[in-house]
Design a protein around this ligand. Structure first.
Ligand code: PLP
Length: 412
């Protein structure tokens, strides 16, 4: 399934790796189409976590006994896997956080508090998740900084023409998503990164919706920070990653104080550890990090070609079928999209549709998807969102579309 010399894994073989998928909701087989909210976990991830607790459970880094050594080695091996996964230059550039939200808050509370001055500008886009808006609003309020917003077009893409007016000598940070969770749009990052370089601004990329769909290379992207959550990459909840350029992490002050993040503690003055440990106070989410390492292995075993091919098939099949439904409108029609479809059926509230779909075994998301400013731009409160993963099948797309047609008929 990965390349021409690797045989393509069958649907059944792939689905067999995901125990949760094999269940009924009432009398219906589950059709899980809420992958942008969180992906399901392969057995290899579940096994890696179980193995840690059954064989290797100990606190990491300072123990001399063998169990602690094994736990530490497994934990740090995951850091190296993530380094390679993002093509970061150094493993010290990989900081474990509790997720994307936590990673963005870390940058706001360390880099932001130390470096931002009154009147400095932070550029975000209209399609950001709330977690890439609110931390900057809180910071801007504290520091007297100003938030500027890249507008979104009717097709759900950045209005690139607006960039010249938005990015200038006062811009200190551009914080934008790589892929929109609400629209599926893959954003043209080179446009903002090159302008950021011209004015000397930092770039933070929210990769929460990107890392499961295509390879990410932080050196090629030339970003300063990149964030993602393991649970959207077939890994566990409560664990995520902040990639930070080494020179920046070295000069940024610590955020949370406690064990592990120190060099030496004394009442006459405390000194701090080096990155990444400077930002990892306290006992970390050890099994989460180990599970994340297994999730990276899983994605690599599947291969990007196969992931891309399968998700594209699902996206195109579903889009084509949905567009045939009378009065149905898709929000986010860029030609560069991942497998996310946000839509509304005329005259029907998204919650009603979501509930009827659930009654037929189909899990989709309804509501604002944590992007209220985006829906304000479109003049709607939210949408129904179906999002795909490679373990979904064309048959599931058909089941979903038939159930949707039936639900719309019932509600009209
Ligand atoms: N950014 C984007 C684009 C997202 O889709 C999400 C979650 O849906 C987040 C950030 C927040 O991720 P988490 O809740 O895992 O911190």
């Amino acid at each position: 399934m990965t390349s021409t010399d690797t045989p393509r894994i069958t649907d059944a073989e792939l689905r067999a790796q995901f125990p949760l998928l094999h269940q009924k909701l009432g009398r219906y087989d589950l059709v899980y189409l809420d992958n942008a909210a969180t992906t399901q976990k392969p057995q290899s991830v579940i096994d890696a976590i179980a193995h840690y607790y059954t064989r290797d459970n100990a606190n990491i880094h300072r123990g001399v006994h063998q169990i602690a050594t094994r736990a530490t080695e497994a934990f740090e091996a995951s850091r190296e896997k993530v380094q390679r996964f993002l093509n970061a230059a150094h493993k010290e550039e990989i900081v474990f956080t509790s997720g994307t939200t936590d990673a963005i808050n870390l940058v706001a509370q360390t880099w932001g508090r130390a470096d931002l001055m009154p009147g400095d500008e932070i550029v975000v886009s209209e399609m950001e998740h709330h977690s890439n808006i609110v931390p900057w609003q809180m910071l801007a309020q504290e520091k007297g900084a100003v938030i500027k917003v890249i507008p979104v077009t009717a097709t759900g893409e950045w209005n690139i023409e607006a960039l010249d007016a938005l990015i200038g000598s006062r811009t200190k940070l551009i914080a934008v998503n790589h892929v929109s969770n609400a629209l599926g749009t893959i954003n043209p990052l080179h446009e903002v990164v090159s302008r950021a370089r011209e004015v000397g601004a930092c770039v933070l990329l929210d990769g929460a919706q990107a890392v499961s769909h295509f390879p990410v290379d932080v050196q090629a992207l030339d970003c300063d920070f990149y964030c993602f959550s393991a649970h959207k990459l077939y890994g566990p909840t409560g664990i995520g990653v902040l990639y930070g350029r080494r020179q920046l992490l070295e000069t940024m002050p610590p955020w949370r104080g406690g064990g592990e993040m120190i060099d030496r503690v004394s009442f006459s003055g405390t000194t701090y550890n080096k990155p990444p440990y400077k930002f990892e106070a306290g006992t970390p989410h050890i099994e989460g990090v180990i599970g994340l390492g297994a999730a990276v292995d899983f994605v690599q075993s599947l291969g990007w070609d196969a992931i891309h091919q399968r998700e594209n098939e699902l996206l195109h099949a579903a889009t084509e079928r949905l567009l045939r439904i009378d009065g149905l409108k898709i929000y986010g029609t860029s030609s560069r999209k991942v497998g996310v479809i946000s839509f509304l059926a005329e005259g029907i509230h998204p919650y009603d549709l979501g509930t009827l779909l659930d009654n037929q075994g189909i899990a989709v998301r309804t509501g604002h998807h944590c992007t209220q400013p985006l829906w304000e731009r479109f003049g709607i409160p939210g949408t129904v969102r179906a999002s795909f993963a490679p373990y979904n099948t064309i048959q599931e797309v058909d089941t979903f579309v038939s159930a949707l047609e039936k639900s719309i008929d019932m509600l009209r």
